[in-house]
Ligand binder design. Structure first.
Ligand code: UGA
Length: 435
């Protein structure tokens, strides 16, 4: 099927390449010339495992093209909108500038019978408000939220755990059958395919992210209690996680969640609920946000305490800058925030990360960046693990670290290390919610 994908960021670029990889003819469209030039050459503009391979394959096959010219969308049966919906600069709500601009630019190129499938995460009610303009062209708007995780985006797009398609009340075409055809391999596998109204589809997405954020802040709240009682939050998580109703995943206590989705989505959800007169229904999301941000303070405090009450001119190496491993994304990264705060307290901060240094340097040029892990930790008074890349969590042996650092302090912001192994080497190990 001929498809267009408007917006070629973390979501759209992967969607375009993944759709080509399952056999569709896809054009990816974005206003960012540099991004499009890179993609057209088969270069992924960000780090995402598996993306370079499917980009190259799609381009070589002739099924995948990229352009800044919106008229290339003409003739596609389905037009996916995958542009960003960041947090507003002066508020908690989502900024819909890019969604509106994408729709405005697409309208002149739509034909009767086309389907516009919104994938961006939007406040509930957005699809209904866009519908009249799209209907005027004879096209149909559906909402098809995306649940991909960065780091696993290719796999999550080709083989999702569920597909959700929200449809409006008055449509002449049968958009659901067309979307089934788009996702034919997943549908054939029996992937749950849930058809809803527009509002439900929009809400499914924000509810899922709100739930995940709440789960993380729940365990981080337990970490705070553990810290004043001497309990161990990782054991607690293991124990409650065995209850299948609870489940162990997303009970990783530490410096909390970040990235381009969870933080802004819970804020946008709160803002939208306020507009709808139901702010109290999701008032707990404010707490979820606050618990999350407190954990960064806690990590910084642990470093300060471990270094004798002040970090001024102390050498601190921060292991990680990305908001999570297998990503170079530093949007709202708790890791980088911890580094910036330590720098603000006068520490000589060195940041290392296998993929995110270039992005981090652009936003925080005041920090020192060293790509090589061992060079980064040389002569450090303290190490702070904030992104659980394998090369820090699994592959950094305490005995090896001891040969390089000046001090013997490690703060484990992700509870990913074995405390006994580090203590056995003479290190002061400090976890999050662990005795
Ligand atoms: C999240 C959702 O998981 C996806 O389903 C969703 O599609 C996506 O947002 C989106 O809306 O586009 P993502 O932002 O890639 O995906 O990252 P997650 O894997 O959810 O991790 C988010 C943050 O939570 C990371 O900073 C991670 O370190 C943190 N986290 C995760 C914890 O602190 N503890 C955990 O136990 C798990």
């Amino acid at each position: 099927m001929r498809l267009s994908v408007i917006g070629c960021g973390y979501l759209g670029a992967v969607h375009a390449a993944a759709m080509a990889s399952i056999g569709h003819d896809v054009v990816g469209i974005d206003v960012d010339v540099r991004k499009i030039d890179a993609l057209a050459k088969g270069e992924a503009p960000f780090f995402e495992p598996g993306l370079p391979e499917i980009l190259a394959e799609g381009i070589a096959s002739g099924r995948l093209t990229f352009t800044t010219d919106m008229s290339a969308a003409r003739g596609a049966k389905v037009h996916f909108i995958g542009v960003g919906t960041p947090q507003q600069k002066d508020g908690y709500g989502a900024d819909l500038t890019y969604v509106n601009a994408a729709v405005d630019a697409l309208l002149p190129h739509l034909s009767a019978g086309d389907i516009v499938a919104g994938k961006s995460t939007v406040p509930v009610g957005t699809a209904a408000s866009l519908t009249p303009r799209i209907q005027e062209t004879g096209a149909t708007l559906v909402w098809n939220p995306e649940f991909l995780r960065e780091g696993y985006a290719v796999q999550d797009t080709i083989d999702p755990d569920r597909l959700v398609v929200g449809v409006g009340s008055s449509t002449d075409s049968d958009p659901v059958s067309v979307l089934r055809e788009v996702y034919a391999p997943a549908v054939a596998k029996g992937t749950p395919f849930i058809v809803t109204d527009l509002a439900t589809a929009e809400l499914v997405k924000v509810a899922a992210n709100a739930f995940l954020a709440t789960k993380i802040s729940f365990i981080n709240a337990m970490a705070e209690i553990a810290e004043v009682t001497g309990a161990d939050v990782t054991q607690l998580a293991d124990a409650i996680g065995h209850d299948v109703r609870i489940g162990r995943r997303f009970l990783g206590a530490g410096i909390g969640f970040g990235g381009g989705c969870l933080p802004k989505d819970i804020r946008a959800f709160s803002a939208r609920a306020e507009e709808l007169g139901r702010g109290e229904s999701v008032a707990f999301l404010r707490e979820v946000d606050e618990i999350n941000l407190r954990r960064r303070d806690r990590a910084v405090q642990l470093v300060v305490d471990a270094l004798g009450g002040q970090v001024f001119q102390k050498k601190v190496t921060v292991l990680g800058a990305a908001f999570k491993p297998y990503s170079d994304d530093i949007r709202d990264s708790p890791a980088l925030d911890v580094a910036v705060r330590l720098h603000g307290l006068g520490a000589q901060v060195t940041v290392t990360d296998p993929e995110a240094i270039d992005n981090a340097r652009r936003v925080h040029p005041q920090l020192t960046y060293v790509a090589d892990r061992d060079e980064a930790i040389r002569d450090a008074d303290a190490l702070v693990l904030v992104t659980e890349w394998d090369e820090y969590r699994r592959e950094l042996a305490p005995a090896h670290a001891s040969t390089l650092t000046a001090g013997r302090v490690i703060v484990d912001g992700r509870n990913g290390l074995d405390p006994a192994a580090w203590r056995a080497e003479g290190w002061t190990y400090l976890g999050m919610g662990r005795p």
